[in-house]
Design a binder for this molecule. Structure first.
Ligand code: AMP
Length: 340
């Protein structure tokens, strides 16, 4: 992957206002309580849709679909609006409480324990998308109950690229519904361990093959998130892997997966002409570049708590990190005579 292939900063078409280009995302909008070895926060803005939207907002206008309670106040909304994220489809439920999640990380940040999940306003949520959100051509079904993901998917019939995430909770409690949701997307973005759990296959390549065997319809690409080890991309006839960007200080991994998805889907949305030119296929080179942007956004997210770092990230920082990642993963296949 050369930086020429990625395109220089001028190649990224940010916020092409007026052209009706947008990404719609449904998923949790949350208050998170998080404890890591480096500190804790009792109540911070979080949620899968929020982390996704902040990352993807660098590439396209993002419309967030989901409910919040009375406790979701102006400062939280302002974080989204300051980043030109469309909040028209965020529904405030009078008397309701915003989704709440509490988690704690182990000493090396590789293990996370969920201590509390309160669905609150999501329990009786009926998504009703505005005409603008329905018109989005790119859709991300961030982590939430799979019935809800599907109800949003069904309201966006002209979406030409749909990706989704999920988690062990839904694999274990809503498997049939989850499988139906998976059948309606082009790309599945899931943790490595969740892919194994979903398919009951001990090996990632086998897990991907199993998922491809469920279709069509169904995903033509799978991004397997591997935490500090990076991410792998599997397609029916290809594989690509990137390490996570090496950081000396990781503070809070919460939302890394959603930031990855935001960078990945955001990049694909911004390069929609390439998708169009491929006539329904997902070009391998485009997916690889999207993986690099996803990896870069995730790496910034973990540098500070919650949304703090991505909220003040700049385009220049993103380009610089993708450039470093490109350098870092390049090697030449210089052969030596082998002894046998
Ligand atoms: P990640 O670290 O990328 O897996 O995502 C963390 C975000 O997921 C947090 O901000 C939580 O609010 C949110 N989250 C945690 N549990 C759930 C759940 N069961 N459904 C939806 N979102 C969740």
């Amino acid at each position: 992957m050369s930086s020429a292939a990625v395109g220089g900063p001028s190649a990224a078409p940010y916020h092409r206002e007026g052209q009706h280009l947008s990404i719609t995302v449904v998923g949790s909008i949350a208050f998170d309580a998080v404890k890591t070895p480096f500190g804790e926060r009792e109540r911070m803005l979080g949620g899968a849709a929020v982390h996704f939207a902040l990352a993807a907002s660098f590439f396209e206008r993002v419309r967030v679909v989901g409910p919040v309670g009375d406790d979701f106040a102006e400062p939280e909304l302002a974080v989204l609006e300051e980043h030109a994220i469309d909040t028209d489809d965020i529904e405030r439920v009078p008397g309701g409480k915003t989704f709440f999640w509490r988690g704690e990380y182990g000493w090396d940040l590789n293990t996370r324990e969920t201590l509390d999940t309160q669905l609150n306003v999501f329990e009786h949520f009926e998504p009703k998308l505005s005409p603008e959100s329905r018109a989005s051509e790119v859709l991300f079904l961030a982590n939430i109950q799979p019935d809800l993901q599907r109800r949003v998917r069904e309201q966006c019939p002209q979406a030409r690229f749909v990706a989704m995430d999920s988690m062990n909770l839904w694999i274990e409690t809503a498997r049939d519904s989850l499988l139906q949701t998976i059948a309606g997307v082009d790309c599945l973005i899931l943790n490595d361990a969740e892919l194994r759990e979903l398919t009951a296959k001990p090996n990632l390549v086998q897990a991907a093959r199993e998922i491809f065997s469920w279709g069509p319809p169904g995903p033509a690409a799978i991004a397997a998130k591997q935490g500090e080890y990076g991410a792998a991309l599997l397609t029916p006839d290809g594989f690509f892997g990137l390490p996570a960007f090496p950081l000396e200080a990781v503070v809070d991994p919460t939302g890394a997966g959603d930031s990855f998805a935001g960078g990945f889907v955001g990049y694909l949305a911004a390069r929609r002409e390439e998708l169009d030119a491929a006539g329904g296929e997902l070009p391998g080179d485009l997916l690889r570049r999207a993986m690099a942007y996803g990896t870069a956004l995730a790496s910034f997210n973990v540098e500070e708590f919650g949304t703090e770092r991505v909220a003040r990230l700049t385009a220049e920082e993103i380009f610089a990190r993708v450039g470093e990642l490109s350098e870092m993963t390049r090697f030449s296949d210089v052969r030596v005579p082998l002894r046998r």
